[in-house]
Design a protein around this ligand. Structure first.
Ligand code: HEM
Length: 420
């Protein structure tokens, strides 16, 4: 596992808070650019990103979300108290194993299934906005905290069929999971995050066992009943084996990470860029039919998932660079969105841009995002509500300057103070 020391972390933080100058240099450079802080070749041009995504046999996903940090021995000891989870999950699997893991997720997120969830999304989004607008709140709030960090967790919990009371733990542990994998935490915080991971495992284990015994009409049951019987060649018995439970917990954990933190992030950045461009905010308030275009522009301009890794399965030449087998590349979804060869004025946020070229913010091909429609619908419902309820919304004049989180996987404002 790659270890990143504190100095490299500081440099990585700087790069990830604003990766766009690096991307621009990499797109202009001949061939691929090796980025030592990321220990990977950066794939920054749109056409090259598409080529990697279309060749999963050569560019394996085995390392897609490789952690930056090895937990301390004390944190590892805490993790050792949990159920040993098998590492290969949909995002890191290839070939037939990947197709098997992906199938129940795709079935659970068909357009019809997503449509069926929308009344719930609208109800929860409205409740959060009502709370935000309640007299006494002073017409000022951090919308990350009050809204963006809440809605996607509630929605993914609902889709999986979890009890609403379990959602806060799920959301908190999602953040702990990310921090433990990617942030250089002091020991005490590592241990706390590891304890959260164990608490989440226990919760998920309860759902796995319950849905195996009594499947319901929810995505958790879909995943559990589809994936349990094939684990390690073991037959499905009346009870799941420890190995089967471990695998299923890993699938659910991975699905949670993929689903809610990304959407939280894109809600935050979409609001940020619309409010930084008040004329465009006014336009979506006056002409809400422009909301879908605003969402696509935000996803192109400043997407949540900036980059995932691939590792070459054999020697290959990409963009003129010869890569040996085992070379790590970082697929720049965010870099591709700013490619001047594909978009005019790519560094300008413009919801009116035409023609709207299709971006790769949700990936494409074998691993393309199965939750894209659910994410877009949450964004749409959010913007419809915010434009209707807070047409005078603006960035808070006295708020701290907006700082982006130092991450490539859930790029978002750390906080977003607004007033209305
Ligand atoms: C704004 C929100 C989102 C963004 C920007 C996003 C982006 C992406 C991208 C770029 C990939 C491809 C990764 C790769 O090629 O290695 C991906 C995969 C995935 N996404 Fe999303 N996603 C979002 C929301 C969601 C939601 C809401 C869900 C679930 C409900 C979800 C579930 C997944 C899963 C399970 C995968 C892995 C698919 C596979 O490996 O076959 N995502 N996402």
């Amino acid at each position: 596992m790659r270890r990143v020391d504190r100095q490299q972390h500081a440099r990585l933080d700087e790069l990830t808070r604003d990766p766009y100058p690096l991307y621009a240099r990499a797109r202009r450079a001949e061939g691929l650019t090796y980025v030592p802080e990321m220990s990977a070749w950066l794939v920054a041009r749109d056409a090259d990103v598409r080529e990697v995504l279309r060749r999963p046999d050569v560019f394996s996903s085995a390392n897609a979300v490789r952690p930056d940090v090895v937990p301390s021995p004390a944190a590892l000891a805490v993790l050792g108290e949990g159920i040993a989870v098998r590492r290969s999950v949909v995002i890191t699997a290839d070939g037939p194993a990947h197709q098997r893991m992906r199938a129940p997720i795709v079935r659970g997120l068909t357009p019809a299934r997503v449509s069926a969830v929308l009344p719930y999304v609208a109800e929860r989004a409205t409740a959060l906005v009502d709370a935000l607008a309640a007299p006494g709140n002073g017409r000022r709030a951090d919308v990350m905290e009050a809204y963006a960090l809440r809605l996607p967790g509630e929605v993914i919990g609902h889709v999986l069929g979890f009890e609403p009371a379990d959602v806060p733990l799920v959301v908190r542990c999602g953040h702990s999971n990310e921090r433990l994998m990617f942030r250089p935490l002091p020991e005490a915080e590592q241990i706390e995050a590891a304890r959260d991971m164990i608490a989440l495992q226990r919760l998920l284990d309860g759902y796995v066992r319950d849905r195996y015994a009594t499947p319901r009409d929810d995505l958790c049951s879909e995943i559990v009943t589809s994936l349990a019987p094939d684990d390690g060649g073991e037959d499905a018995g009346p009870e799941l084996t420890l190995g089967q439970r471990g695998e299923l917990i890993a699938h659910l954990q991975n699905f949670l990470l993929a689903g809610h933190l990304t959407t939280t992030a894109l809600i935050g950045t979409t609001l940020l860029h619309l409010l930084r461009h008040p004329a465009q905010w006014k336009l979506v308030c006056e002409e809400p039919e422009r909301i879908p275009a605003a969402i696509e522009e935000a996803a192109r301009y400043d997407t949540a998932l900036q980059g995932f890794r691939r590792v070459t399965t054999r020697a290959v030449t990409l963009a003129g660079t010869e890569l040996p087998a085992g070379a790590e590349v970082l697929v720049g979804f965010g870099a591709a969105g700013r490619d001047e060869g594909r978009y005019e004025r790519p560094d300008v946020f413009d919801i009116l841009r035409t023609p709207v070229a299709r971006h790769v913010a949700f990936g494409l091909g074998a691993h393309g995002c199965p939750g894209a429609q659910l994410a877009r619908e949450q964004l749409r419902i959010t913007l419809e509500l915010f434009t209707r309820r807070f047409p005078g919304l603006r960035l808070a004049g006295d708020g701290p300057p907006v700082r982006m989180r130092p991450t490539l996987i859930h790029r978002a404002p750390e906080a977003l103070y607004v007033e209305w």
